[in-house]
Write a protein that binds this ligand. Structure first.
Ligand code: LCS
Length: 398
Protein backbone atom coordinates (compact mmCIF):
# COMPACT_ATOMS: atom_id res chain seq x y z
CA UNK A 1 0.00 0.00 0.00
CA UNK A 2 3.04 2.25 0.33
CA UNK A 3 4.05 4.85 2.93
CA UNK A 4 5.44 2.34 5.40
CA UNK A 5 8.38 4.13 7.01
CA UNK A 6 11.67 2.29 6.77
CA UNK A 7 14.60 3.59 8.77
CA UNK A 8 17.05 2.37 6.13
CA UNK A 9 15.80 5.01 3.68
CA UNK A 10 18.24 7.69 2.61
CA UNK A 11 17.66 11.27 3.77
CA UNK A 12 16.20 12.50 0.46
CA UNK A 13 13.57 9.72 0.62
CA UNK A 14 12.86 10.62 4.25
CA UNK A 15 12.32 14.26 3.31
CA UNK A 16 9.51 13.15 0.99
CA UNK A 17 7.99 10.31 3.04
CA UNK A 18 9.17 10.85 6.61
CA UNK A 19 6.13 12.37 8.23
CA UNK A 20 4.26 9.13 8.53
CA UNK A 21 2.14 8.40 5.49
CA UNK A 22 -1.47 9.12 4.71
CA UNK A 23 -4.25 10.08 7.10
CA UNK A 24 -5.75 6.86 8.47
CA UNK A 25 -9.23 8.30 9.03
CA UNK A 26 -9.79 9.56 5.46
CA UNK A 27 -7.00 8.14 3.30
CA UNK A 28 -5.90 11.70 2.50
CA UNK A 29 -2.39 11.47 1.01
CA UNK A 30 -1.73 15.17 1.59
CA UNK A 31 -1.23 15.98 5.30
CA UNK A 32 -4.46 17.43 6.72
CA UNK A 33 -4.30 20.81 8.45
CA UNK A 34 -5.97 20.35 11.81
CA UNK A 35 -7.02 23.98 11.99
CA UNK A 36 -8.56 23.74 15.42
CA UNK A 37 -7.85 25.28 18.78
CA UNK A 38 -9.46 22.54 20.88
CA UNK A 39 -10.29 18.81 20.81
CA UNK A 40 -13.45 17.07 22.06
CA UNK A 41 -13.10 14.45 24.81
CA UNK A 42 -14.94 11.12 24.53
CA UNK A 43 -16.20 11.50 28.09
CA UNK A 44 -15.56 13.54 31.23
CA UNK A 45 -13.45 10.68 32.59
CA UNK A 46 -11.38 10.50 29.38
CA UNK A 47 -10.72 14.27 29.56
CA UNK A 48 -9.59 14.00 33.17
CA UNK A 49 -7.31 11.07 32.34
CA UNK A 50 -5.69 12.96 29.47
CA UNK A 51 -5.05 15.88 31.83
CA UNK A 52 -3.50 13.50 34.35
CA UNK A 53 -1.26 12.03 31.63
CA UNK A 54 -2.85 8.60 32.09
CA UNK A 55 -4.28 8.48 28.58
CA UNK A 56 -2.98 9.71 25.20
CA UNK A 57 -5.01 12.39 23.48
CA UNK A 58 -5.15 15.94 22.26
CA UNK A 59 -6.45 18.72 24.49
CA UNK A 60 -5.64 22.13 23.08
CA UNK A 61 -3.40 23.40 20.25
CA UNK A 62 -1.12 25.38 22.60
CA UNK A 63 0.01 21.97 23.95
CA UNK A 64 -0.12 19.73 20.86
CA UNK A 65 -1.88 19.32 17.51
CA UNK A 66 -1.56 16.56 14.86
CA UNK A 67 -0.22 18.95 12.18
CA UNK A 68 2.43 20.31 14.54
CA UNK A 69 3.28 16.72 15.43
CA UNK A 70 3.68 15.70 11.78
CA UNK A 71 6.35 18.41 11.43
CA UNK A 72 8.01 17.54 14.74
CA UNK A 73 8.16 13.83 13.91
CA UNK A 74 9.84 14.52 10.60
CA UNK A 75 12.39 16.96 12.06
CA UNK A 76 13.32 14.48 14.80
CA UNK A 77 13.79 11.80 12.19
CA UNK A 78 15.89 13.97 9.84
CA UNK A 79 18.15 15.22 12.65
CA UNK A 80 18.47 11.73 14.15
CA UNK A 81 16.95 12.85 17.48
CA UNK A 82 14.40 11.19 19.76
CA UNK A 83 11.86 14.02 19.64
CA UNK A 84 11.27 17.57 18.41
CA UNK A 85 9.16 20.56 19.38
CA UNK A 86 7.96 23.27 17.03
CA UNK A 87 7.83 26.96 18.01
CA UNK A 88 6.38 30.07 16.43
CA UNK A 89 9.84 31.37 15.41
CA UNK A 90 13.51 30.50 15.61
CA UNK A 91 13.91 33.05 18.41
CA UNK A 92 11.08 31.40 20.40
CA UNK A 93 12.91 28.07 20.01
CA UNK A 94 16.29 29.47 21.08
CA UNK A 95 14.98 31.52 24.02
CA UNK A 96 12.81 28.53 25.04
CA UNK A 97 15.79 26.19 25.25
CA UNK A 98 17.78 28.66 27.32
CA UNK A 99 14.88 29.39 29.67
CA UNK A 100 14.34 25.66 30.13
CA UNK A 101 17.98 25.08 31.10
CA UNK A 102 18.82 28.24 33.08
CA UNK A 103 17.54 30.16 36.07
CA UNK A 104 18.69 33.50 37.44
CA UNK A 105 22.39 33.54 38.33
CA UNK A 106 23.25 30.92 35.69
CA UNK A 107 25.29 31.50 32.55
CA UNK A 108 25.73 30.24 29.01
CA UNK A 109 28.99 29.97 27.05
CA UNK A 110 28.41 30.80 23.40
CA UNK A 111 30.34 31.32 20.19
CA UNK A 112 30.59 35.03 19.34
CA UNK A 113 29.46 35.16 15.71
CA UNK A 114 25.71 34.69 15.83
CA UNK A 115 22.56 35.83 14.09
CA UNK A 116 22.07 39.44 15.34
CA UNK A 117 18.78 38.52 17.05
CA UNK A 118 20.45 35.74 19.06
CA UNK A 119 23.23 38.18 20.03
CA UNK A 120 20.61 40.69 21.20
CA UNK A 121 18.78 38.00 23.22
CA UNK A 122 22.08 37.00 24.83
CA UNK A 123 23.46 40.44 25.59
CA UNK A 124 20.37 42.58 26.23
CA UNK A 125 17.32 40.50 27.07
CA UNK A 126 18.51 37.47 29.08
CA UNK A 127 20.59 39.65 31.47
CA UNK A 128 17.27 41.20 32.60
CA UNK A 129 16.56 37.80 34.22
CA UNK A 130 20.16 37.65 35.50
CA UNK A 131 21.16 35.03 32.93
CA UNK A 132 24.48 36.01 31.39
CA UNK A 133 25.98 34.79 28.13
CA UNK A 134 29.73 34.76 27.65
CA UNK A 135 30.37 35.06 23.93
CA UNK A 136 33.83 33.79 22.98
CA UNK A 137 35.73 33.02 19.78
CA UNK A 138 34.65 29.40 19.38
CA UNK A 139 36.98 28.68 16.46
CA UNK A 140 39.49 27.90 19.21
CA UNK A 141 37.74 25.50 21.60
CA UNK A 142 40.15 26.45 24.40
CA UNK A 143 38.24 29.75 24.70
CA UNK A 144 35.08 27.79 25.42
CA UNK A 145 36.79 25.66 28.08
CA UNK A 146 38.23 28.78 29.75
CA UNK A 147 34.83 30.49 29.93
CA UNK A 148 33.02 27.57 31.62
CA UNK A 149 32.43 27.88 35.37
CA UNK A 150 30.24 26.14 37.95
CA UNK A 151 27.22 28.24 36.92
CA UNK A 152 27.46 27.37 33.20
CA UNK A 153 24.38 25.42 32.17
CA UNK A 154 24.97 24.96 28.42
CA UNK A 155 27.30 25.59 25.50
CA UNK A 156 25.67 27.29 22.50
CA UNK A 157 27.19 27.41 19.02
CA UNK A 158 26.03 28.53 15.58
CA UNK A 159 27.87 26.80 12.75
CA UNK A 160 28.21 27.88 9.98
CA UNK A 161 27.77 31.28 11.60
CA UNK A 162 25.53 33.99 10.26
CA UNK A 163 26.85 35.96 8.34
CA UNK A 164 30.58 35.16 8.18
CA UNK A 165 30.27 31.39 7.51
CA UNK A 166 32.77 30.78 10.32
CA UNK A 167 32.70 27.16 11.52
CA UNK A 168 32.97 25.67 15.00
CA UNK A 169 34.10 22.09 15.58
CA UNK A 170 30.93 20.37 16.80
CA UNK A 171 32.58 17.10 17.89
CA UNK A 172 35.22 19.00 19.92
CA UNK A 173 32.56 21.13 21.63
CA UNK A 174 30.53 17.98 22.35
CA UNK A 175 33.53 16.47 24.15
CA UNK A 176 33.94 19.62 26.26
CA UNK A 177 30.21 19.66 27.08
CA UNK A 178 30.25 16.00 28.09
CA UNK A 179 33.30 16.50 30.28
CA UNK A 180 31.52 19.32 32.14
CA UNK A 181 28.18 17.50 32.29
CA UNK A 182 26.31 20.22 30.38
CA UNK A 183 24.45 20.07 27.04
CA UNK A 184 25.78 21.35 23.72
CA UNK A 185 23.16 23.29 21.75
CA UNK A 186 23.79 23.82 18.01
CA UNK A 187 21.95 26.26 15.74
CA UNK A 188 21.79 24.22 12.53
CA UNK A 189 19.82 26.77 10.49
CA UNK A 190 22.44 27.34 7.77
CA UNK A 191 23.15 23.67 7.01
CA UNK A 192 19.85 21.92 7.77
CA UNK A 193 19.98 18.19 8.58
CA UNK A 194 20.53 17.57 4.89
CA UNK A 195 24.12 18.80 5.14
CA UNK A 196 24.94 18.56 8.87
CA UNK A 197 23.61 16.43 11.71
CA UNK A 198 25.00 17.79 15.00
CA UNK A 199 23.36 15.12 17.19
CA UNK A 200 25.35 12.45 15.36
CA UNK A 201 28.52 14.44 16.15
CA UNK A 202 27.72 14.39 19.88
CA UNK A 203 25.58 17.51 20.35
CA UNK A 204 22.58 17.22 22.67
CA UNK A 205 20.12 19.75 21.28
CA UNK A 206 19.61 21.24 17.81
CA UNK A 207 17.71 24.47 17.18
CA UNK A 208 16.55 25.93 13.88
CA UNK A 209 15.00 28.95 12.41
CA UNK A 210 12.62 26.85 10.28
CA UNK A 211 11.73 30.14 8.57
CA UNK A 212 14.76 29.54 6.35
CA UNK A 213 15.65 26.38 4.37
CA UNK A 214 13.22 24.09 6.23
CA UNK A 215 10.22 26.07 4.94
CA UNK A 216 12.22 27.19 1.95
CA UNK A 217 9.66 29.42 0.27
CA UNK A 218 9.78 32.61 2.34
CA UNK A 219 6.17 32.25 3.46
CA UNK A 220 6.48 31.07 7.08
CA UNK A 221 8.15 32.13 10.34
CA UNK A 222 8.84 29.16 12.61
CA UNK A 223 11.36 27.42 14.84
CA UNK A 224 12.09 23.92 16.05
CA UNK A 225 14.11 22.18 18.78
CA UNK A 226 15.33 18.57 18.48
CA UNK A 227 16.75 16.51 21.35
CA UNK A 228 16.15 13.77 23.90
CA UNK A 229 12.51 12.87 24.54
CA UNK A 230 12.69 13.73 28.23
CA UNK A 231 14.04 17.22 27.50
CA UNK A 232 11.50 17.83 24.72
CA UNK A 233 8.59 16.62 26.90
CA UNK A 234 9.67 19.01 29.67
CA UNK A 235 10.10 21.85 27.18
CA UNK A 236 6.57 21.25 25.86
CA UNK A 237 4.96 21.10 29.30
CA UNK A 238 6.82 24.10 30.74
CA UNK A 239 8.14 26.74 28.33
CA UNK A 240 5.86 26.06 25.35
CA UNK A 241 2.70 25.59 27.40
CA UNK A 242 3.38 28.42 29.84
CA UNK A 243 5.07 31.01 27.60
CA UNK A 244 2.83 30.10 24.67
CA UNK A 245 5.18 30.62 21.70
CA UNK A 246 3.50 27.98 19.53
CA UNK A 247 3.42 27.46 15.78
CA UNK A 248 0.02 27.60 14.04
CA UNK A 249 -1.26 24.42 12.35
CA UNK A 250 -1.15 26.20 8.96
CA UNK A 251 2.52 27.12 9.40
CA UNK A 252 3.37 23.59 10.57
CA UNK A 253 1.69 22.29 7.43
CA UNK A 254 3.73 24.66 5.24
CA UNK A 255 6.90 23.27 6.84
CA UNK A 256 5.85 19.64 6.24
CA UNK A 257 5.26 20.60 2.64
CA UNK A 258 8.58 22.47 2.46
CA UNK A 259 10.50 19.47 3.82
CA UNK A 260 9.33 17.30 0.94
CA UNK A 261 11.66 19.24 -1.39
CA UNK A 262 14.46 19.95 1.12
CA UNK A 263 16.96 17.56 -0.45
CA UNK A 264 16.51 18.75 -3.99
CA UNK A 265 16.47 22.41 -2.94
CA UNK A 266 19.64 22.09 -0.84
CA UNK A 267 21.47 20.39 -3.71
CA UNK A 268 20.54 23.25 -6.04
CA UNK A 269 21.31 25.97 -3.45
CA UNK A 270 24.73 24.42 -2.96
CA UNK A 271 25.53 23.95 -6.65
CA UNK A 272 24.54 27.57 -7.35
CA UNK A 273 26.41 28.91 -4.30
CA UNK A 274 29.62 27.19 -5.34
CA UNK A 275 29.39 28.68 -8.84
CA UNK A 276 28.63 32.14 -7.43
CA UNK A 277 31.47 31.91 -4.86
CA UNK A 278 33.96 30.88 -7.55
CA UNK A 279 32.80 33.72 -9.80
CA UNK A 280 33.11 36.32 -7.02
CA UNK A 281 36.50 35.02 -5.91
CA UNK A 282 38.15 36.25 -9.08
CA UNK A 283 36.13 39.46 -9.54
CA UNK A 284 38.35 42.59 -9.44
CA UNK A 285 35.83 44.52 -7.30
CA UNK A 286 35.62 41.80 -4.65
CA UNK A 287 38.15 41.73 -1.82
CA UNK A 288 37.30 38.37 -0.26
CA UNK A 289 34.68 35.62 -0.41
CA UNK A 290 33.46 33.46 2.48
CA UNK A 291 32.04 30.07 1.52
CA UNK A 292 32.96 26.82 3.33
CA UNK A 293 33.06 24.95 0.01
CA UNK A 294 35.98 27.03 -1.31
CA UNK A 295 39.39 25.51 -0.69
CA UNK A 296 40.48 29.02 0.35
CA UNK A 297 38.03 29.04 3.29
CA UNK A 298 40.24 28.89 6.41
CA UNK A 299 38.16 26.03 7.81
CA UNK A 300 37.54 24.08 4.60
CA UNK A 301 39.02 20.93 6.19
CA UNK A 302 36.62 21.20 9.15
CA UNK A 303 33.74 21.78 6.71
CA UNK A 304 34.59 18.53 4.94
CA UNK A 305 34.86 16.73 8.27
CA UNK A 306 31.53 17.75 9.79
CA UNK A 307 29.31 18.69 6.84
CA UNK A 308 28.21 16.58 3.89
CA UNK A 309 27.70 19.73 1.81
CA UNK A 310 28.44 23.44 2.13
CA UNK A 311 25.02 25.09 1.80
CA UNK A 312 23.70 28.07 -0.09
CA UNK A 313 25.04 31.08 1.84
CA UNK A 314 27.89 33.17 0.45
CA UNK A 315 29.25 36.34 2.04
CA UNK A 316 31.74 38.62 0.37
CA UNK A 317 33.54 41.86 0.95
CA UNK A 318 33.48 44.40 -1.83
CA UNK A 319 36.34 46.82 -2.38
CA UNK A 320 35.18 50.31 -1.40
CA UNK A 321 33.42 49.38 1.86
CA UNK A 322 29.84 50.24 2.76
CA UNK A 323 29.33 52.69 -0.14
CA UNK A 324 30.34 50.11 -2.73
CA UNK A 325 28.16 47.50 -1.04
CA UNK A 326 25.18 49.87 -1.14
CA UNK A 327 25.73 50.54 -4.84
CA UNK A 328 25.73 46.79 -5.48
CA UNK A 329 22.62 46.10 -3.39
CA UNK A 330 20.71 48.98 -5.02
CA UNK A 331 21.70 47.77 -8.49
CA UNK A 332 20.62 44.12 -8.37
CA UNK A 333 17.60 43.31 -10.53
CA UNK A 334 16.98 39.56 -10.17
CA UNK A 335 18.24 39.26 -6.60
CA UNK A 336 16.00 40.82 -3.91
CA UNK A 337 17.36 43.29 -1.36
CA UNK A 338 15.88 41.77 1.81
CA UNK A 339 16.83 40.04 5.06
CA UNK A 340 16.02 36.40 5.84
CA UNK A 341 17.64 33.58 3.91
CA UNK A 342 17.13 30.06 2.62
CA UNK A 343 14.30 31.00 0.26
CA UNK A 344 14.08 29.67 -3.27
CA UNK A 345 14.61 33.31 -4.37
CA UNK A 346 18.09 34.85 -4.05
CA UNK A 347 18.27 37.50 -1.30
CA UNK A 348 21.00 40.05 -0.59
CA UNK A 349 21.59 42.25 2.47
CA UNK A 350 24.18 44.22 4.45
CA UNK A 351 24.69 42.49 7.85
CA UNK A 352 26.49 45.44 9.50
CA UNK A 353 23.51 47.78 9.12
CA UNK A 354 20.68 45.23 9.00
CA UNK A 355 20.62 41.71 10.53
CA UNK A 356 23.65 42.34 12.74
CA UNK A 357 23.10 46.01 13.64
CA UNK A 358 22.47 44.71 17.19
CA UNK A 359 26.27 44.36 17.58
CA UNK A 360 28.23 47.38 18.85
CA UNK A 361 30.44 48.77 16.03
CA UNK A 362 33.66 47.54 17.69
CA UNK A 363 32.17 44.05 18.20
CA UNK A 364 31.14 43.88 14.52
CA UNK A 365 34.75 44.33 13.45
CA UNK A 366 35.95 41.85 16.07
CA UNK A 367 33.71 39.05 14.71
CA UNK A 368 34.59 39.83 11.08
CA UNK A 369 31.44 41.71 10.04
CA UNK A 370 33.14 44.51 8.17
CA UNK A 371 31.51 47.57 6.60
CA UNK A 372 31.99 46.12 3.12
CA UNK A 373 30.55 42.67 3.93
CA UNK A 374 27.52 41.71 1.86
CA UNK A 375 25.52 38.52 2.52
CA UNK A 376 23.96 36.61 -0.34
CA UNK A 377 21.44 33.81 0.14
CA UNK A 378 21.83 32.05 -3.17
CA UNK A 379 18.45 30.88 -4.49
CA UNK A 380 17.54 28.08 -6.84
CA UNK A 381 17.25 30.20 -9.99
CA UNK A 382 19.57 29.42 -12.92
CA UNK A 383 23.13 30.09 -11.67
CA UNK A 384 23.97 31.93 -14.87
CA UNK A 385 21.15 34.43 -14.28
CA UNK A 386 22.31 35.06 -10.69
CA UNK A 387 25.90 35.58 -11.86
CA UNK A 388 24.81 37.88 -14.71
CA UNK A 389 22.85 39.98 -12.22
CA UNK A 390 25.84 40.21 -9.86
CA UNK A 391 28.05 41.07 -12.81
CA UNK A 392 25.92 44.02 -13.96
CA UNK A 393 25.50 45.24 -10.35
CA UNK A 394 29.23 45.00 -9.55
CA UNK A 395 29.97 46.93 -12.76
CA UNK A 396 28.10 49.90 -11.27
CA UNK A 397 30.61 50.26 -8.43
CA UNK A 398 33.08 53.03 -9.34
N1 LCS B 1 19.21 31.45 13.96
C1 LCS B 1 19.76 31.88 12.81
C2 LCS B 1 21.07 31.31 12.36
C3 LCS B 1 19.10 32.85 12.05
O1 LCS B 1 19.66 33.25 10.91
C4 LCS B 1 17.87 33.38 12.51
C5 LCS B 1 17.14 34.44 11.76
C6 LCS B 1 17.34 32.92 13.72
C7 LCS B 1 18.04 31.94 14.41
C8 LCS B 1 16.04 33.43 14.28
O2 LCS B 1 14.99 32.85 13.60
P1 LCS B 1 13.55 33.52 13.36
O3 LCS B 1 13.02 33.87 14.71
O4 LCS B 1 13.76 34.74 12.52
O5 LCS B 1 12.77 32.43 12.71
N2 LCS B 1 17.90 35.06 10.77
C9 LCS B 1 17.52 36.08 10.04
C10 LCS B 1 18.37 36.72 9.11
O6 LCS B 1 19.56 36.49 8.92
N3 LCS B 1 17.69 37.66 8.49
O7 LCS B 1 16.42 37.79 8.96
C11 LCS B 1 16.23 36.78 10.00
Amino acid sequence: MGHKINDQWKISTMCVHGSGGYDKSTGSVGKPIYQTSTFAFESARAGAEIFLGEREGYVYTRISNPTQEAFEKEMAFLEGGEAALAFGSGMAAISGVIMALCKNGDNVVSSDTLYGGSHQLFTETLPRWDITVKEVDGTNCKNIVKAIDEKTRLIYIETPANPTLTLIDIAECAKIAKKHGIPLVVDNTFSTPYFQQPLKLGADIVVHSATKYIGGHGDTVAGVVVGHKEFIDNLRMSILRDMGGIISPLNAWLLVRGLKTLAIRMERHQANALKVAKYLQFHPKVKSVFYPGLTTHPQHALAKKQMSGFGGMVSFEVKGGRKAGETLMNAVELITLAVSLGDVDSLIEHPGSMTHSTYAPEDLEAVGITEGLVRLSVGIEDAEDIINDLSQALAQIN
